[in-house]
Design a protein around this ligand. Structure first.
Ligand code: ZN
Length: 215
């Protein structure tokens, strides 16, 4: 796709991307506040350290996937498939560690059984259901450090989970909404479950202005 490639012109100082290689260090920024030192894209969560001689830079997930950077494992230069598989494993492990750590901090602050249930649900599914997300995010907002709820994946694929989201109160929906992907938000909006719309009374009763606002 040449059009999307030309949108990312790298600094001259970076030179050829393939001259850089992964150090396998990665950072998980739970505030989504990191800027990629290759493409300059900001608001990044995961970034990877890359090196060229004694230079070091931190690059975003897109750049890590877009260019064929090198990588050495056990002293041997490895192929692209191995590099991608290794990055994928490190990334998934780091994301999981981060979520478990945040959940532990939330549990430390509350003896609410709903939060323990949410933690158990995450252990089993590695995702939160809308209801569990609402319990967890309520506490997340009380932690001293800012943590973006988008570090968690929310289940909205099944009909039951969609209904579960729709059944949340408006305050709970507003807590969970920012953690949803744009695609999830569109899907739920189409069902009348947007953060401003009211569930279940939309069909006949919803006035035209409300319908417009939901689109
Ligand atoms: Zn980048």
């Amino acid at each position: 796709m040449p059009a999307s490639r030309t949108r990312y012109v790298l600094d001259e100082a970076i030179g050829r991307p393939q001259d850089w290689s992964f150090s396998w260090e990665l950072k998980d920024d739970v505030t989504f506040g990191t800027t990629c030192q290759f493409c300059r894209k900001n608001q990044q969560r995961i970034s990877y350290e890359v090196q060229r001689a004694d230079e070091r830079r931190w690059i975003c997930q897109r750049c890590a996937g877009r260019y064929d950077l090198g990588g050495v494992l056990n002293g041997v230069a490895v192929d692209q498939m191995t590099i991608r598989a290794t990055l994928h494993d490190c990334t998934e492990r780091q994301k999981l560690r981060t979520c478990l750590d945040v959940i532990r901090r939330c549990i430390d602050r509350s003896d609410d059984p709903a939060v323990l249930e949410a933690a158990l649900h995450f252990d089993r599914n590695l995702q939160l259901s809308p209801l569990h997300a609402a319990s967890m995010f309520f506490l997340l907002a009380t932690l001293p450090e800012r943590i973006d709820p988008r570090i968690f994946e929310i289940q909205t694929r099944s009909r039951a989970h969609k209904q579960e989201f729709g059944a949340l109160g408006l305050a709970a929906r507003a807590l969970v909404w920012p953690a949803l992907t744009p695609l999830q938000q569109r899907g739920l909006s189409a069902l009348g479950f947007g953060p401003r719309a009211r569930a279940s009374i939309r069909s006949k009763a919803a006035p035209a202005a409300d319908r417009l606002a939901a689109h």
